[in-house]
Structures are given as structure tokens and as C-alpha cells.
Design a protein around this ligand. Structure first.
Ligand SMILES: Nc1ncnc2c1ncn2[C@@H]1O[C@H](COP(=O)(O)OP(=O)(O)O)[C@@H](O)[C@H]1O
Ligand SMILES: [Mg+2]
Length: 239
């Protein structure tokens, strides 16, 4: 299948540190791609590059076969590349509804109030819609961040550690949302998280990142049973 998103040979250096070294990977239409790797592997830097928050020193990002120009996060969001942040970056004094509405308005989404109401419904946030983000539990705050990412009806949504800190019910809610989004649209999702069991339950393919490299990519079961992942990520010596 022709990739919807293709990352080719991307490198990012922070001084002498190679946060990303010639990283290449692709996302297929309608798939959930998992990305796993230890802290510092380069996952969030990769998200920054894809979503226009950081210009790589080399490499290209293509969408639907066309190389994207150097451009900022707003332009990338309007193209359909959306993300959540590891540190949620909500407006904590604003309500759940206002957080999503502000984002919709900032991006010039049509009928932003209706769009916000539809997202609140899909994320089961309607009851909490008029409560300030600060007063809501983490799981709800994370849902608001997902809601903000959804305002543009993105083609690809990248969720950066959406499961961290959630209990079993919270994890299930995110997994259900991913499944229903994949079923109802041609939307692709990139799920980055350390909860490998939860990632494996929804991702058909996984990319394993290590020390700034995309070391391995393939079907979920193959990547998770590889000796590289066992040794370098799970910390086990493969027998
Ligand atoms: N703004 C920055 N300045 C300097 N180094 C950074 C910056 N952002 C990330 N790094 C470094 O780049 C590497 C990759 O970080 P990151 O992409 O956040 O990894 P991950 O998301 O996989 O934990 C780490 O060594 C991190 O310390
Ligand atoms: Mg990260």
C-alpha cells in the first residue's frame, strides 16, 4: 500500500548529540503504527520534525507522495498532521470545551462550536465539558489533548505517550478511541508509548527506536519477539 506519510533519512543533532540519525519509516493509510523505544531514543524529536516544530538537519517528510516544504506546526496541522504532547500543554484555567474550541478557532476550523461539541461527544467528555481542565483527572485531561488534536479531522494523528499515568480503564478508553477511529475513517494513528502490551493490542506494525535510530520495523509480533527489542529495550539477554 502507498504510504500516507514517509520519513526519509531524517537526522537531528543537538550539538554533538545525534537525537535522530538517518531515520526512515512510513505510515500506511488507515493503520495504527506503534513506536517504542527507551527514554531518549528520539521518539518525541521525531514527532517534532513530522509536525513542523523542528527542522531536521537533513532528510525529508512526504505526505501522499509529495515532499513537504519546511513549514511550521500550524501549516502541518492544516495539512492533516496532528499530535498530542507528552506534557499536555492545556490551558488549565479553561474548561474542557474551551480548550478544544480555542484550538479549533486558532486553526480556522469551520463551525468550531459544532466541531467541538462533536469531539466532546466522541471522547465521552460531554459531562465534563464545562469543568476547568485543572479540576479534571489526568485521564480526562489526556482526552482533552486528544480532542484538540482532532479538530482538523487529521489524516495522521500522533499520540506521544497518551497512556502514561493512566489506570486500566483509562488505557482501555484510549484503545477504544483508536479502534473506533481506525474503523470509521481512513485516519492513521501513530501511537508512542512504553505500555507495550497496550500498544501491541492496537498497532498492526511497530517501529523500534534506539539511540536515535529506527532499528527495526515490521509486524507487531515480529518486532516484539526480536532479539534486538529483548536485549536493548526489555533488557533481557536473548537465549
Ligand atoms: N531541545 C533539546 N535540546 C537538547 N537535547 C535534546 C532536546 N530535545 C531532546 N534532546 C535530547 O535528544 C534525545 C532524544 O530525546 P527525545 O526525542 O525526547 O526522546 P524520547 O522521546 O524517545 O524519550 C535525548 O538524548 C534528549 O536528551
Ligand atoms: Mg518522548
Amino acid at each position: 500500500m502507498k504510504p500516507i506519510l514517509e520519513i526519509s533519512d531524517v537526522s537531528v543533532w543537538f550539538g554533538g548529540l545525534a537525537a535522530l540519525q538517518n531515520v526512515s519509516l512510513h505510515v500506511e493509510p488507515g493503520e495504527c503504527l506503534g513506536i517504542i523505544g527507551s527514554n531518549g531514543a528520539g521518539k518525541s524529536t521525531l514527532v517534532d520534525v513530522i509536525c513542523g516544530a523542528r527542522v531536521p538537519q537533513s532528510g525529508t517528510i512526504s505526505m501522499d507522495g509529495s515532499t513537504l516544504p519546511v513549514e511550521g506546526p500550524r501549516a502541518r496541522a492544516l495539512r492533516g498532521l496532528s499530535r498530542t504532547f507528552q506534557g499536555l500543554r492545556l490551558f488549565y484555567d479553561l474548561t474542557a470545551r474551551e480548550n478544544i474550541l480555542v484550538r479549533a478557532e486558532a486553526l480556522g476550523v469551520e463551525r468550531p462550536k459544532e466541531k467541538t461539541a462533536a469531539i466532546l461527544l466522541e471522547l465521552e467528555l460531554t459531562e465534563d465539558a464545562d469543568i476547568s481542565a485543572a479540576a479534571l483527572p489526568l485521564a480526562r485531561q489526556k482526552s482533552i489533548a486528544v480532542g484538540q488534536a482532532m479538530v482538523t479531522d487529521p489524516t495522521v494523528t500522533i499520540l506521544d505517550e497518551p497512556l502514561a499515568g493512566l489506570d486500566g480503564h483509562g488505557v482501555q478508553t484510549v484503545q477504544d478511541l483508536i479502534r473506533s477511529r481506525l474503523k470509521n475513517s481512513n485516519h492513521s494513528i501513530v501511537l508512542i508509548d512504553h505500555n507495550v502490551t497496550a500498544v501491541a493490542a492496537v498497532a498492526s506494525r511497530i517501529v523500534f527506536m534506539h539511540n536515535g535510530q529506527a532499528l527495526l520495523a515490521g509486524p507487531t509480533s515480529e518486532v516484539l519477539s526480536s532479539s534486538e527489542v529483548s536485549e536493548l529495550y526489555f533488557g533481557k539477554t536473548h537465549s
